[in-house]
Design a protein around this ligand. Sequence first.
Ligand code: ATP
Ligand code: MG
Length: 399
Amino acid sequence: EMDTFYKGRKVLETLESHGFQAYFVGGSVRDYLIGRSIGDIDITTSAKPEEVQRIFPKVIPVGIEHGTVIVRMDGESIEVTTFRVEEDYSDYRRPDQVHFVRNLEEDLARRDFTINAIAMDRHGNILDPFKGATDIKENCIQTVGSATQRFREDPLRMLRALRFASQLGFQLTAHTFSSLKEGVPLIREISIERTAVELEKLFSGSYVQQGIRGLIHTGLLDHLPIFREYKQLIHELNTVSRPFGSFREVVCLLVLAEPQVPVEMWAKTWKLSNRFKKETGQLLEAINYCKRNKIDRWLVYRLPPHLFGSFARVYEDVFGSINVADLHALRKTLPIEQKRELAVTGSDLVHLFPNRNKGPWINDYLQAIEKKVVSGELTNSKKALKEWVIYEHHPQSTD
Ligand code: ATP
Ligand code: MG
């Protein structure tokens, strides 16, 4: 655990040797104190972004106006943010102005929850003016300062509270919970992209049912697109016991439950990527295939292997248990992995039937051949495939 901070410690030492203060902060300190595995390491420092840039040879200016840069150190990326306080939040997107301060405590005070407002120096000493360590011991989530005010400043914090509950299994304190309940309509002010990021993390939490109950009981869900129009939808996830690996798995289950809201509508409403749309479509196609067929070569041929985990995740919720290793094993037995590996091409077919005009019949043939080759019914050789085309196959649609 402490070893994970090793790379970061070099960054702290370097900043201190130049006369600045620097601490570990945020998720990594929280997770270290909980005993959870640590994700990204965040560092907070009195050095201004330009000063950080001057000190380290490799610095990526990711959000310089907000005081954040990435320091590259021994192949790792470490986020370094200048002590700051935020002024106004009038557009609910980003603070209007960021003021750099030279004081750690002011920086900690602007952070969302006490468990996220703990700093640790390079010797492992904890600086915790808001008693976050106590809340960690008691499994509590509460805002730094007045919850009503902190949620009004940045309503995304409401969803973040529930996603931390989902990830950590912690409870919101009574005050934070009731302020959240009152504040829920404000979530509509937050951009859908930022909302989606936190919601996906909520669905990926180890205590996902706790997160889902939080969404329902606070009423936050009534202000999230699609969920607010289809009130029963969330209950489709009631029986889910394993965390979701991604938002596409959630959407796949929800589209199966409510086909009136297809993947395209999810993607458009939630501004999800084309890649999301494509992959969720592939997952759905695979699950629907399993309603009519067993898991066979054609299924693992059509589904890209990087989606096997997601597929298994959804499959378990729809049909029951399944082994991802079996899918990979089945894939290893495929005679071809891609259509272009077929021993015949469209132009081979055109040459076989010189009297026919080009048309959809070519693709019909290729598709039939592809399926037979993948399933092992036909050998993937030019000779075998041509013979089959000439003597055996009679496609419905000619010309
Ligand atoms: P994770 O392990 O998921 O990265 P995290 O706590 O590091 O969790 P981040 O979103 O990476 O969460 O944010 C890093 C830190 O920045 C938080 O721990 C918190 O101190 C602060 N922070 C992030 N978002 C906000 C916000 N909306 N309002 C106030 N502070 C925030
Ligand atoms: Mg983080």
